[in-house]
Design a protein around this ligand. Sequence first.
Ligand SMILES: Nc1ncnc2c1ncn2[C@@H]1O[C@H](COP(=O)(O)OP(=O)(O)OP(=O)(O)O)[C@@H](O)[C@H]1O
Length: 710
Amino acid sequence: MTNALSVLSTQPRAALAATAAAAAAGGLLAHKWNAAVQNKRLEKGFLRASRRHRVGDDTDSDEKPALVAKVDAQFFANLTAFVKICIPGVASTEFLALSTVAALLGARSYLDLWASSNGGHVVKAIVGRDKDAFIQKAIIDIATMMFPMSFVNNSLKYMISRLKVLMRRRLSMHFHDKYLSSNTFYKVSNLDSRIRNIDQLLTVDIEKFCSSMADLYSNISKPSFDIILFSRQLSRSLGPSGPICMILYFGFCSIILRAVQPPFGQLAADEQRLEGEYRLHHSRLIAHSEEIAFFGGGGREKQYINLAFDNVVDHLKKLFAARWRNGFVDAILVKYLATVVGYSIVSIPVFFTDSMVFQVLNHPRRFLAGNTRSKKKTDPETTSASNIAGLYTRNSRLLLQLASAIGRLVLAGKEITKLTGYCQRVTRLQHVLDDLGDERAVQKRFESSPDLERDLKLAELMIPGELIVGSEDEGPEKNVVRFSGVNLLSPDCTILAENLTFEIPRGCHVLTTGPNGSGKSSLFRVLAGLWPLYGGTLHRPSRSRIFYVPQRPYLALGTLRENVTYPMTWTEAVQQKGATDDLIIELLEMVHLGDITRRKGGLDAVQDWAEVLSGGQKQRLGFSRLLFHKPDYAILDEASSAVSIDVEQLLYQSVKDCGITLISVSHRPSLWSFHDKVLAFDGEGSYEFREIKAGDVPSLVSGVPGSSGT
Ligand SMILES: Nc1ncnc2c1ncn2[C@@H]1O[C@H](COP(=O)(O)OP(=O)(O)OP(=O)(O)O)[C@@H](O)[C@H]1O
């Protein structure tokens, strides 16, 4: 054995490192072979998903993903795009973290190497009964190195966690910018059906995606570096045959594992989707708890929730079974059989040092020269029992480290597959948000139907309209509400009104009426830019000159004071509008909410106001907001339906007294007297816009005869 080890120790082969890396990379490339056939199909599905805009069309929804999570060119292109977002440049904190992780991984590899070598020295000192060497290697050296080792190990854990958070922050901010601009958050759930559980995507999926990317980075870079380092060391002492055999064995393993591996990427994507659906049911229960409780709907909701949870559990069972089967094969090939192969390799020089195969592999030149005898066979330096033990320990440790590094690289393939699942979901999110952020893309393309006449009509009506928004510094004549030839269509392409043409100058108060579902609120959605504009031209005042007061006013988390100034923060309200506590109290008194300012906490009270206030109180708070902002126009969509008639009259009068032009929707005849004109929808695609005359009220309340246009 001494001879064998000493002979082998004379063969440094740097080129082996490159061979090692290439062979390991071959394992990863196996992904590409498997996915090649799927590429075309996947690309088509991806494009179809990104171009689809139809509302209510579930064929490409999150429910049935068209994208298949696979390792292919498309995946690498998507991954590269996200990496660029997460690590924006060499001057970024993220790049610094990435480089630090790389440096720490390198340091860790060198420390592993040192530990293997030191282990050999310790064994040598024990077998050789060399007390001084033992004290030096087993006590002094380890005591010295424990500080850098502990530092590197913990710093590595810390930096990888930090890298994950930094990348997550970048990606989350990127998506927040998209999601919270151009009212995309509204469009995602109201105009598009591709994503059902966006909260899950924005929170859990992004976190898992970034975490998986950072883990993969360390799981690929460290083993790759280890393979180079350990192969070099081993080839110096064992000759190239040992590392080559090990690498060939793992190359074989990676092919087998590729062939039997379940589609972990798709399984991960499905898991996230099902978790999202389960979570959605809980969110809905929280959002509508009162209504459901009134109906006694707990039992029914339990059915929905249990069903969604059962789907998660069934999927997890499937996933765990797949992992078990795969883990079984993994453990045999990459762990146990690899150890057998490792020991066999270490033993070859011991038992077969004089064999021809061994000589050809490790000493080809010497073999060709006809000299097959080892030069060091009689060298006492390498023949003593302590040296044999020391070299054996060191080499076997190095070989096991090499095996472990290649094994980890092979298993990183599984991580990549999982990453494809997260990447697929995050890519879908990116495409949908991009689509919805682009006004033109939101313009619906209707699906052709057997009804040719309807299709022709829709093709005629659904041409993109022109939106002209007045600027802040322009006068009232430019900041006006004017519809010219606008067609009103719901997202499912129902024609609500054609050729809407009317103008609402400042000071002209307009009441909108019509049967339920006739398009009153939809008109305001188009006016606010939430729904796409079709047909002619729409002139709209700048954002600060028009204010919307809905039937259910949104109440923000925060103080009472900030709820009055919403969407402005208190600081903005003070700076831009000179807000004071006295003004807020005065406004709340005007809307008959003075009593809540006298409750505990006063204006500073932070509550879940949506829960604390009654329906009528919430609406009155909505009016206080309107009076605070004092816009040119107020859209009041059933804004006082829960307020008593006497207080409602006072509220409308206060708004008019502030010089705000009313554009209201209300079914209450008592409000007619506050308006000058009526815009009446008949629910069949026609409307009327005219002056309110005495005696008009009853006929208009019950609908308008089918006259189209003004
Ligand atoms: N997000 C949506 N997707 C598809 N259709 C919608 C959507 N929102 C509203 N609709 C449809 O548009 C039509 C007009 O709705 P709208 O809310 O404008 O009615 P409305 O006149 O305000 O009724 P109400 O008096 O009951 O408030 C209805 O048929 C409604 O079903």
